[in-house]
Design a protein around this ligand. Sequence first.
Ligand SMILES: Cc1cc2nc3c(=O)[nH]c(=O)nc-3n(C[C@H](O)[C@H](O)[C@H](O)COP(=O)(O)OP(=O)(O)OC[C@H]3O[C@@H](n4cnc5c(N)ncnc54)[C@H](O)[C@@H]3O)c2cc1C
Ligand code: SF4
Ligand code: SF4
Ligand code: SF4
Length: 541
Amino acid sequence: MEYIQGCEETTIQNLFKTIGKRTSMIIQAQIGACGTCINSHIYEGLDDVYFIAHSLAPERGILKRESIEDLPDADIGIIDGPICFQGKEESIQMAEMVREKSKILLGLGTCAVGSDTIGGFITKDCSHLLPFFCPYLRTRHPKIENYVSFDYKLPVCSANQEGLKRFIRATLREDTGYLEYFKDPGASTINVITEAECCMGCGTCGMACPTGAISYVEQRPRIDAEVCIKCGACFIQCPRSFFSNSVLSLNRFQNPPDPLLGFYREAYSARTQDSRIMKISQDGGIVTTLLCYLLREQICDAAVVSVSRHGWDTVPEVVTTPEEVLKAAGTKYTVVPNLMGIKKAADQGYEKIAFVGVPCQVQGVVKTDVYPFGDRYYHSKIAFVVSIFCMENFLFGNLRSIIEGKTEVPMDETNKMGISKGRFWVRSLDGNQFRIPVKFIETYAQKSCSLCLDFCGELSDISVGSVGTADGYSTVLVRSEKGKRVFDDFKKTIECEPLSQEGLKTIQDLANLKKGKNTRATRETLTKKRWLMLETLSDLV
Ligand SMILES: Cc1cc2nc3c(=O)[nH]c(=O)nc-3n(C[C@H](O)[C@H](O)[C@H](O)COP(=O)(O)OP(=O)(O)OC[C@H]3O[C@@H](n4cnc5c(N)ncnc54)[C@H](O)[C@@H]3O)c2cc1C
Ligand code: SF4
Ligand code: SF4
Ligand code: SF4
């Protein structure tokens, strides 16, 4: 996303220039003989990189192998690769020397620092540069972290160049907030997240997986063990492994979040002026109208939306025309792995993708952008992010149980559904309306929603919801600079006025309710799961 404070510097040298630091000495050490993962290009133009490698390791790009005997003192040491079976003592000795000479030591890759669950595996790809046959391929190797201590560890393979630059930049800037998780990171696949019932089916892991090993079955990710290379990307990128709203808000908006609503610049009550959209949309039709505007004005070349197939079974879809956007109008109270739609759109060649999702999906989008360690490039194709407000969501089977069990309307005869004034309502195709108090359907909500502290999409460009404004209108929170630029023009095409203080207070109350209710569940889970590192809760309600 071009508007997120990114790492545009193409080399570490430029990175040093932009942060006004003198060039520091970096030791780059390849401890094992394997290795496709040295990102030598990021060091282009930098004289003060001292590269050492295992004696069997092949030559690597622009880096010239230096003698280990003359190892200089360094500001940063970076080690990748596992302890090699062919020359184990040499590997260990190199690691110990780099530790001794480096003020800060970074460990890169699951093979080096990937915990007991996934660390140490060497795949066929890892050794394709090797000039000889390695009999230990696909064998689990000892990890370097068993022999030396690291200041920060990045357990993901193979480290994406942009992610690597951000990681090194954060180290140079002493950005402890950004790096906090990497002092002692968990490393795993997303199986631990699904098994602990923390997964909310957002689709981030499927987008991030480099081998296509993840598919979604009953709105939950499933890993094909035959295809999984245990790289750890899915886990690192999942918004439920580690997540800090304040770090992401600072990176995204250069401003800390408002404690209840997240950072925002302006708040409006608005409604579409398009009579066709008014009829089919959920509330004020702002999401549908805005997406049409983004495509028409060529701010975006595609949009990822949620489209219901037969009987409200809903999937992410890539749409490119206003006519197609209309197919997605209306709220589906069910979980959709929408980030898989971003992968689909980018794989189809779209470069400026608009994304619409619930807050947890937006968390996945922004996390992959601020920590681009596994998804390779998908995050850079996202041009605009719209969040809809969300109190809770339902797995499809549970939505069916609510609608067919409690209102007795068959799913395929349901025309529209919604929540307002404490009631879940369903309108059937023949125009009848049924209402159930929300408290009767609360037990049907997806369990992982109880770990969610975001009501109104705190990291989006623009958030849209129904509470806070009159029926048939939308509440709009404009957050990013780009969001403001777009909305300033867009609002000339719709009915729009500043949100009343009373309206704002209603949203604050609901956000407060959600944060308060879910804080206890989040705290309990945090104490049980060592790998889980969601926002520290001390500054919440
Ligand atoms: C599960 C859920 C819970 C919600 N809870 C609240 C709430 O408590 N309070 C509140 O004020 N608002 C809530 N909303 C938002 C509200 O229902 C409207 O979506 C919002 O007001 C936008 O209205 P609109 O008329 O502008 O949208 P429309 O113009 O009708 O467009 C709706 C857009 O939402 C997207 N969408 C629909 N269903 C989903 C889904 N399941 N996942 C991701 N995207 C989807 C579609 O792609 C479409 O582009 C919730 C939405 C969802 C999906
Ligand atoms: S929360 Fe999202 S990223 Fe995490 S396991 Fe579930 S679907 Fe994957
Ligand atoms: S991202 Fe894919 S390949 Fe990597 S650990 Fe996860 S499922 Fe396996
Ligand atoms: S409550 Fe939170 S976790 Fe659940 S669907 Fe909504 S945004 Fe996602």
